[in-house]
Design a protein around this ligand. Structure first.
Ligand code: URA
Length: 195
């Protein structure tokens, strides 16, 4: 992973390379069960080279604490590793250029569950789904559980989403525990469809 992060730090694949201060590859234990994937670094992240260290990150830490986890116990990354200027949304070409980095991180970490934060992160895996419908509903694909959640920044700005994201987070331990009991894939699909 260290070697991969070095490669990511040297990336010049898209326009964002010209605007960034620091690349933000991601951080956490390489064998984490849980991988949280946000959108793109913001100002704080661009300054420090670490994901989710601004206000959205503080909220993410509170959410993790609500299920008994510290941020250094999970892997946290973004779909785009460099800050888009003025915090604009990442462009499809930028998301595409960055795709292989996250794919290689997922290959190394082999998480049991990927938590997508926000609609860009959701679309990367499930392009036809909307966050309003998909959030809080786990689904399994190629042996990995995917769990879409609203982005913590959206929940910070929209009071009504705060309760929803808090509730969605609380279900993570429950879903992982169910997985640990080891039902067959078919059983698990059935259970998951109940959510
Ligand atoms: N928002 C994100 O999506 N990622 C970060 O790292 C910080 C804020």
């Amino acid at each position: 992973m260290d070697h991969l992060c070095e490669e990511i730090r040297a990336c010049q694949e898209c326009e964002l390379a010209r605007h960034r201060t620091t690349v933000v590859p991601g951080e956490g234990p390489e064998d984490s069960d849980l991988l949280f994937i946000g959108e793109a670094p913001g100002w704080h992240e661009d300054q420090q080279g670490r994901p989710f260290v601004g206000p959205a990150g503080q909220f993410l830490e509170q959410l993790l604490a609500s299920i008994g986890l510290r941020r250094d116990e999970v892997y946290i990354a973004n779909i785009v590793k460099c800050r888009p200027p003025q915090n604009r949304e990442p462009l499809p070409a930028e998301i595409q250029a960055c795709r292989r980095w996250l794919d290689r991180q997922v290959e190394l970490i082999k998480p049991r569950m990927i938590v997508t934060l926000g609609r860009h992160s959701l679309s990367r895996y499930f392009p036809d789904e909307t966050i309003g419908k998909a959030h809080g509903k786990p689904r399994q694909l190629d042996g990995v559980l995917y769990y879409p959640m609203y982005h913590p920044a959206a929940a910070l700005h929209q009071g009504s989403l705060r309760h929803t994201i808090e509730k969605d987070m609380l279900r993570i331990s429950q879903i992982l525990a169910q997985g640990q009991e080891g039902p067959s894939d078919a059983d698990q699909e059935r259970q998951l469809s109940l959510f």
